[in-house]
Each structure stands twice: as structure tokens, then as C-alpha cells.
Design a protein around this ligand. Structure first.
Ligand SMILES: Nc1ncnc2c1ncn2[C@@H]1O[C@H](COP(=O)(O)OP(=O)(O)O)[C@@H](O)[C@H]1O
Ligand SMILES: [Mg+2]
Length: 182
């Protein structure tokens, strides 16, 4: 997480049309965290760039960390790019990376579908998601893509599990926050 995401909270998320459902889903998710944790229930935020998907996901992670609940924000494109490198290095074996990502009570998967990657890397992502699925460990997802788009990039094994864990995506709509600010 960068400084920008570290500062994200639900209180500094400005409301405008099209994103109200996103904010209320995030609030409810936090209110019902214990139940969500028990059931392994997560959320998918879907929509165009700049609508605050990453902001919402980061805000949930930040709030849980404030409550001293171990949560982790993962950039999926970086994970896919680096998992191979980590496999080659002596000190950070692939197993260690995978165990690290299995441990958090909540794992946020940011920017899913943002780029194509090798089958090898996607297999690692599958293992990670399947592991969390098996242990009923919740995940949050932020993505531009709908189910079909995600399945094109990662395959349906991954997407089916995410949808089962998270239910239907929360769609954000409207003008990007950056454009709005101009
Ligand atoms: N509703 C909002 N209120 C306040 N800041 C916002 C809002 N939506 C987006 N931002 C800010 O605008 C920037 C882009 O948002 P981001 O969460 O990265 O969008 P997305 O992930 O949907 O592309 C971030 O700095 C974010 O904190
Ligand atoms: Mg984003």
C-alpha cells in the first residue's frame, strides 16, 4: 500500500451518485466483520477506473488493522509479476510467499485483471485463492472487469471461487473522482 491508500478511510470517501452502494457495502461489511469472517464472506468492487474501488478496499483493510485484525492489501499485478522472482531468490521461497498470503484474516486483491500474465503465475494465484476458499478466509476484490472479463484473464476456476466467496459484485458507476476534481 502506498501513502495514498494508507490514508484512505470510509470517512474521507466523498459521496456522489453511483458510488453510494459501494460505500454502504463497505460500511456494512465492517459492521458485520465477525460474521463475515466466520463465513469467509468477502466483497467484489467492480467499475471503471477512478471510481474509488481501491480506496474502499484500502479503507476496509485500514479499519481492520486499526482494530488489530491482521489484514493485507495485495496488488495482484505486482504479485503475478514478482511471484516468479521470489521463487528464484534463496531467502524468499515461493512457499514462504504463499504462506504469508494465506495468513491474514482478510486479504484484499487489488486491480484484478489489470494485465495478462503467464500461466505459471496464474496457477500461483489460483493456489492462493483456492487456499483461502478452503479455509473460509475472506478476500476483497477491486477490478475493472465483470465475471466474463475476469474469467478471460484468469480462468473460471479462480472466478467461480471468488464469486462464491463474495457474491455478486458491487458496481460503482459515474465519473471518475479525478475528473470530478478538475
Ligand atoms: N469518492 C471518493 N472520495 C474521496 N477520494 C476518492 C473517491 N474516489 C476516489 N478517490 C481518490 O481518487 C483516487 C483514485 O481512486 P481509486 O480508489 O484508485 O480508484 P479505482 O481503484 O476505482 O481506479 C485515489 O486517490 C482515491 O483515494
Ligand atoms: Mg484501483
Amino acid at each position: 500500500m502506498g501513502p495514498r491508500q494508507l490514508e484512505a478511510t470510509l470517512d474521507n470517501y466523498e459521496l456522489f451518485e453511483g458510488i453510494l452502494t459501494g460505500l454502504s457495502a463497505a460500511r456494512t461489511y465492517l459492521e458485520q466483520w465477525e460474521e463475515n469472517e466466520k463465513r469467509g464472506r468477502g466483497l467484489i468492487f467492480q467499475g471503471e477506473v477512478g471510481l474509488g474501488k481501491t480506496h474502499l478496499v484500502a479503507a476496509i483493510v485500514n479499519e481492520l488493522q486499526r482494530r488489530l485484525i491482521f489484514s493485507y492489501f495485495l496488488s495482484v499485478p505486482l504479485f503475478l509479476e514478482r511471484v516468479r522472482d521470489s521463487f528464484d531468490e534463496e531467502n524468499t521461497s515461493e512457499g514462504k510467499v504463499m504462506r504469508t498470503l494465506a495468513a491474514p484474516k482478510l486479504l484484499a486483491l487489488n486491480d484484478m485483471g489489470a494485465e495478462k500474465s503467464s500461466e505459471w503465475a496464474i496457477e500461483r494465484l489460483y493456489q492462493l485463492i483456492d487456499d483461502r476458499y478452503n479455509y473460509r478466509s475472506p478476500v476483497l476484490v477491486a477490478t475493472n472487469l465483470d465475471a466474463r472479463g475476469l474469467a478471460n484473464v484468469y480462468g473460471s476456476r479462480i472466478v467461480d471461487r471468488l464469486y462464491e466467496m463474495c457474491g455478486a459484485p458491487i458496481r460503482l458507476e459515474g465519473d471518475s473522482y479525478r475528473k470530478r476534481r478538475k
